[in-house]
Design a protein around this ligand. Structure first.
Ligand code: NAG
Ligand code: NAG
Ligand code: NAG
Ligand code: NAG
Ligand code: NAG
Length: 361
C-alpha cells in the first residue's frame, strides 16, 4: 500500500512537471487571426518555434490577439511608435522579437519586463536615442540590434545595467562619435560599430570586453583619418587587436602607414592590460560561481532524492518484517481472525494492522 501511494505520488509529480513545461495556449485554433481590418498575422512553426508573422501590416501597436505561446514575433516594417508596459504582457514565451523599421521612439518603463525568455531583439531602423535599459536587464538576452537609430552620445550606456548574457551588440549607423562604455558586458563576443562618426578607439576601451572576437569598425571616416595620421594610435590599436585575436570585419584593414618606426615612444599598454585582466578574472569568477552552484544543485538533488528513497526502503523493510512477526503471533493465538482477513485487506496494510491491534487489546 505504501508503495502504491509512492507510485501515485511520483506519477502525479511527473504529470505536473510535463504540464508545467508545455506552454499552454489560449486560442490554439485561431490561426490567421484578424489584427486590424483585413490585416492578418500568420503563424508558422519554423526552427521548432511557434512564430507569428506580422511583417508590413501597417500596425500601430503590438497586436494583443495573437496566440500567447508564440516564441518568435516578426513585426518588422510597421508603424509602431511607442511600446508600453503591457505591450508584451501576453507573450512571455517570446525568444526572438523583430521590430525593425518601425518608428519606435518611446519605450515605457517595464515594457520588456515580461520577456524573461527573450534572447534576440532587433530594433534596427527606428527613432531610438539609446539602447533600451529594459532590454539589457533581461536575464537571457544574447543579441541586441539597435543599428540605424540616432543614439545620443554614449548610446545611453553610461550607467546602464550590466548584462552577463549579452554576446552580440550592433550599434552601427547610429551617429556615434565615441565608442560607448562596454565594461558592463564582460561576455560580449561581437561588436558592430560600423558606419558611425567614431573619432578614435583606444585599446583601453576594447580591454573591458575581454571576450571580444569579432569587431566591425568599418566606415568610420574620421577614425580612418585619425589612424592614418597618428602612427602611435594606429600601432597601439593594431597590436592590441592582433594580440587579443580579435577579428576585424572581413576586408577591413588598419593601414598603419606612418613614419613612426620607434614604437617605444608610443607608450605601453599596461593600463589596458590591467583592465583586460580584471575582466578576465571576473569572467572566470562568475563561471566558477555558476559551476559551484550547478554542483550544489546536483548534490542537493542526489541527497534530496537519495535520503527519502533509503528511508522508504528501510521503512518498508521494517514494516514488512514487523507484519510477519505480528502475523505469526496472531496466527498462534487466533486462527479465526487469520481466515477473516481477506486478501485485499491484507494488501492494505493499515486496515490489517488496525484489525490485528484491535483484536489483540
Ligand atoms: C504600467 O504603467 C502604468 C502607468 O502608465 C502603471 O499604472 C502600471 O502600474 C504599470 N504596470 C506595470 C506592470 O508596471
Ligand atoms: C523609469 O525607471 C527608472 C529607474 O528604473 C527611473 O529613473 C525613471 O525615472 C523612470 N522613468 C519613468 C518615466 O518613470
Ligand atoms: C554591421 O552592421 C552593418 C549595418 O547594420 C551591417 O551592414 C554589417 O554587415 C554588420 N557587420 C557584421 C560583421 O555583421
Ligand atoms: C586601407 O587600405 C585599403 C586599400 O589599400 C582601403 O580600401 C581601406 O579603406 C584602407 N583602410 C583604412 C582604415 O583607411
Ligand atoms: C607604462 O607607462 C606608464 C606611463 O605611461 C609608466 O608609469 C609605467 O611604468 C609603464 N610601465 C611599463 C611596464 O613600462
Amino acid at each position: 500500500m505504501v508503495l502504491h501511494t509512492v507510485y501515485i505520488l511520483v506519477l502525479l509529480l511527473v504529470l505536473f512537471m510535463i504540464h508545467s513545461t508545455v506552454p499552454f495556449s489560449v486560442e490554439s485554433g485561431h490561426f490567421n487571426m484578424k489584427v486590424r481590418g483585413s490585416q492578418r498575422c500568420s503563424y508558422s512553426k519554423g526552427y521548432g518555434m511557434m512564430s507569428a508573422d506580422c511583417y508590413g501590416l501597417d500596425l500601430t501597436e503590438i497586436p494583443q490577439n495573437l496566440r500567447s505561446d508564440i516564441e518568435l514575433l516578426q513585426a518588422t516594417h510597421n508603424r509602431i511608435r511607442e511600446l508600453y508596459n503591457d505591450s508584451f504582457k501576453r507573450y512571455p514565451y517570446l525568444k526572438i522579437l523583430y521590430l525593425d523599421d518601425n518608428m519606435i521612439s518611446y519605450i515605457e518603463n517595464g515594457t520588456f519586463d515580461p520577456l524573461e525568455n527573450l534572447e534576440v531583439i532587433r530594433l534596427s531602423q527606428n527613432a531610438l536615442d539609446r539602447v533600451p535599459a529594459g532590454v539589457l536587464q533581461l536575464p537571457n538576452i544574447r543579441k541586441i540590434f539597435v543599428d540605424n537609430n540616432r543614439l545620443v552620445s554614449g548610446a545611453g550606456l553610461v550607467g546602464a545595467p550590466a548584462s552577463d548574457s549579452l554576446v552580440s551588440l550592433t550599434i552601427a549607423q547610429c551617429h556615434l562619435e565615441e565608442l560607448p562604455p562596454l565594461d558592463m558586458f564582460p561576455n560580449l563576443v561581437e561588436l558592430n560599430v560600423s558606419t558611425n562618426n567614431l573619432k578614435r578607439i583606444l585599446p583601453e576601451q576594447l580591454a573591458s570586453v575581454c571576450q571580444l572576437q569579432l569587431l566591425d569598425i568599418s566606415r568610420n571616416p574620421k577614425l580612418s583619418q585619425h589612424l592614418s595620421g597618428d602612427g602611435c594610435a594606429c600601432h597601439l590599436l593594431a597590436s592590441w587587436i592582433a594580440d587579443k585575436n580579435i577579428l576585424l570585419q572581413a576586408g577591413y584593414r588598419l593601414n598603419c602607414t606612418s613614419e613612426v618606426h620607434d614604437f617605444t615612444r608610443c607608450g605601453n599598454m599596461s593600463e589596458a592590460e590591467e583592465i583586460y585582466d580584471a575582466c578576465i578574472s571576473s569572467v572566470i569568477a562568475k563561471a566558477k560561481a555558476i559551476q559551484a552552484r550547478t554542483t550544489w544543485i546536483l548534490v542537493v538533488c542526489i541527497v534530496g532524492t537519495g535520503i527519502p528513497a533509503v528511508a522508504l526502503i528501510v521503512f518498508c523493510f521494517c514494516r514488512h518484517s514487523k507484519r510477519k512477526k505480528q502475523k505469526k503471533g496472531t496466527a498462534v493465538n487466533n486462527n479465526i481472525l487469520e481466515k477473516g482477513v481477506s486478501r485485499t485487506e491484507e494488501e492494505e496494510g493499515t486496515t490489517t494492522d488496525e484489525l490485528l491491534e484491535g483484536k489483540k487489546s
